[in-house]
Design a protein around this ligand. Structure first.
Ligand SMILES: Nc1ncnc2c1ncn2[C@@H]1O[C@H](COP(=O)(O)OP(=O)(O)OP(=O)(O)O)[C@@H](O)[C@H]1O
Ligand SMILES: [Mg+2]
Length: 366
């Protein structure tokens, strides 16, 4: 079986590097300091949270990851928390069990199977609110009972704002009293929204969490780990992994996607250039997604992206002259792309670059 899983979080045992980040998270948990982790999509946030939770459990603490992606209502937020907390030992006040039953969740809570519903019920807003307040306080009742620590990792935290504009205030009102009882991590994939939640003075979580960055994977270590997995299955990568990794720049999901295809190509055998074939396959697989991004952008943004893909200065006089467009117009488009933080980021030297190496390649092959 192909060992390179590029869809969804990877098991802690398959994590490449991230030791520094795990150390930071562990130290913060020991000091009960909240951490916020904002990184682009597919950079390995959920995988890191899972590894952190696993390490915390190994150290004898309770730990859960609460997936908040696509929550649309307060009831959804409560349901996700109930679902995640159902893995914890039964809380003395039985909040999780009661609310899980009430919200008709499919979780098996405290060993008792609760009826499975395809979707959680849509409780009235005041009931959802009550559920949320009580569920959020579960780490405290557990702590009162046994003095232990619960590590709670909220994943896609920025999505709570879809459910309710003021839900961060509601959440903070409960968890700010957790002192010794809990350590929180807030992870999100829309850096601008995460920034708003934690850095705008008027928001309840303003200044309430230590920021943690998630950089691309270290290339040398990623090459070594990927080659080891290939060799373990009797495949000889030659220089294929080296070539692809230089090209992927350590973008976590793109790196593993390319590794996945190299594995398949080598496994089939007889390919004179496995790296090139793997790249073709990866482009083939992601073409529709690139096209959708492209279709959703205006002309000026497209020109900036094309220039970045070609390695040109996107707001320079050459690009401006070529397209008969004012440099200030290009600068505005670049600022919009940087503000949106989905496709373009600044590197350590402040130079803008395309986050997704496959998108960059797709643009170059126009
Ligand atoms: N440290 C890592 N080691 C190996 N693979 C990784 C690592 N980080 C990320 N990946 C790869 O990236 C993929 C996406 O990881 P993950 O789902 O954790 O990212 P995410 O940031 O939570 O993504 P999303 O924005 O979709 O929620 C994984 O399937 C895996 O292939
Ligand atoms: Mg994720």
């Amino acid at each position: 079986m192909n060992p390179f899983n590029y869809q969804g979080p990877v098991a802690p045992t398959h994590l490449i590097d991230r030791r520094g980040e795990l150390d930071e998270l562990q130290r913060a948990a020991a000091d009960r300091i909240a951490v916020r982790l904002a990184a682009p999509r597919r950079f390995g946030k959920s995988s890191l949270l899972d590894a952190h939770a696993a390490a915390m459990r190994e150290a004898g603490h309770r730990a859960v990851r609460v997936d908040l992606s696509k929550v649309a209502t307060l009831g959804d937020v409560a349901a996700r928390i109930a679902n995640a907390y159902a893995e914890l030992p039964a809380d003395p006040s039985r909040s999780v069990r009661r609310w899980a039953a009430r919200l008709e969740l499919g979780a098996s809570v405290g060993g008792v199977g609760v009826r499975v519903a395809t979707r959680p019920l849509r409780p009235p807003a005041d009931e959802a609110r009550a559920a949320l307040l009580e569920l959020l306080d579960v780490p405290r009742s557990l702590h009162e009972a046994d003095g232990g620590l619960t590590v709670v990792c909220f994943d896609e935290f920025q999505e709570i704002l879809v459910a309710d504009e003021a839900v961060d205030g509601l959440m903070r009102s409960v968890i700010q009293h957790h002192g010794e009882a809990a350590a929180y991590v807030f992870a999100g994939s829309q850096p601008s929204l995460m920034h708003a939640l934690f850095s705008e003075y008027e928001r309840p979580f303003y200044g309430q969490a230590r920021p943690l960055e998630l950089p691309p994977l270290p290339i040398a270590e990623a090459v070594a780990d990927i080659e080891a997995l290939l060799r373990a299955d009797g495949l000889d990568p030659g220089d294929a992994v080296d070539r692809l990794l230089v090209y992927s720049g350590g973008h976590p999901q793109r790196t593993i996607l390319l590794a996945h295809h190299v594995y398949d190509v080598l496994d089939r055998g007889g390919d004179p250039d496995p790296a090139a074939t793997a790249l073709e396959l990866a482009l083939e697989e992601t073409r529709d997604a690139h096209q959708a991004v492209w279709d959703g952008l205006g002309r000026n943004e497209r020109l900036v992206l094309l220039a970045l893909g070609d390695g040109q200065a996107p707001t320079g006089s050459i690009v401006a002259a070529e397209h008969r467009i004012a440099r200030s117009t290009l600068r505005e488009a670049l600022e919009r792309l940087l503000g949106d933080q989905r496709h373009v980021q600044r590197d350590a030297n402040g130079k803008p670059y395309l986050l997704d190496p496959l998108f960059a390649e797709w643009l170059r092959r126009r």
